[in-house]
Design a protein. Structure first.
Length: 308
């Protein structure tokens, strides 16, 4: 049997398995290495609180809960291969670390209720502002840091905080020089002061529940996960950018969580002019990797918390 036929058989078997029955775990996987890298970065910056990380259906931090969910397929090379066939590619380590730093920012915010501080509203805006997937984006703004592409810090005050934290945490980045003269520098300086204040504190994280959608609660099959996606008919996945997969933000469980939906980059997708709303590019042209619009809309799943 040739390697193609062997992989076709293995893929078919995997697609037929319930995700909850695959025995996926972070230990010994690529995710373990990435989480270790995140914790090393936090420790190097004097942050004692290391948010728990668990496998879920996508990147996201349960709304108001200091936990970080990462896509289940990153824990198994075979599942990564299936993901790449549907999405065009998988996250590189550098891309995954950007997401982890961002989600760590959300977790820190929630763990210490920093959004309740008066300075938060002054610097970042009203945390209680309605969360909209389409958001005004000014590419020339110097009031926001640039970390996840698509001017993601401009999406919501909570995202602005998470992006600011991610920039502050990034190893080797001289943010004082990088953002000298920018309005965003005030946010970074405040972040630096707050992290020095709370850095040695380590609140107990909450218990993981089915509402957070860990893999044990994902009782649908891998095939269901990709039920409304077509595999990309491309020979070279590099023509699709790594951030494109999560550009379209609708989800089967609209009440669950607000997950990362980074903007696209590259010439295949258009950026909005200054002051215009940032919207996903035309779906049929360059959002072939956006799983969230298409996948699993007909599959039953437990109600769960919104994620950011």
């Amino acid at each position: 049997m040739d390697s193609t036929s062997s992989w076709d058989d293995e893929r078919a078997q995997l697609l037929g398995h319930r995700i909850s029955e695959l025995g996926l775990a972070i230990g010994g996987s690529r995710v373990e290495r990435l989480v270790s890298r995140l914790n090393d970065e936090l420790a190097a910056r004097g942050v004692a609180f290391h948010p728990p990380v668990y496998l879920s259906d996508e990147w996201g931090c349960p709304d108001g809960t200091p936990l970080i969910g990462v896509p289940f397929y990153l824990a198994d090379e075979r599942l990564e291969r299936i993901e790449a066939e549907h999405a065009g590619a998988i996250e590189s380590d550098d891309e995954a670390m950007r997401y982890l730093r961002h989600e760590a920012g959300h977790a820190i915010n929630y763990a210490f209720h920093l959004y309740e501080r008066p300075e938060f509203a002054t610097l970042f805006g009203d945390y209680g502002r309605p969360y909209a997937e389409h958001y005004p984006a000014d590419p020339m703004s110097r009031d926001h840091v640039r970390h996840i592409l698509g001017w993601y810090a401009q999406k919501h005050p909570d995202e602005d905080f998470a992006e600011t934290f991610a920039v502050w945490l990034t190893p080797g980045l001289d943010w004082r020089t990088e953002y000298a003269g920018w309005g965003a520098l005030r946010k970074l300086e405040w972040m630096d002061a707050v992290m020095r204040e709370i850095g040695q504190l380590a609140p107990l994280p909450p218990e993981l529940t089915d509402d957070d959608l860990p893999v044990d609660a994902m009782t649908w099959t891998v095939a269901d996960h990709y039920a409304h996606e077509e595999r990309l008919p491309i020979g070279d996945a590099r023509q699709f950018d790594g951030d494109l997969r999560r550009r379209a933000p609708q989800r089967r469980r609209a009440s669950r969580r607000r997950a990362i939906s980074p903007a696209t980059r590259g010439s295949s997708c258009r950026a909005s002019p200054i002051g215009r709303e940032w919207r996903p590019p035309p779906f049929d042209r360059c959002c072939a990797r956006s799983r969230s619009v298409r996948r699993r809309s007909s599959c039953a799943a437990p109600a769960s918390r919104p994620r950011r």
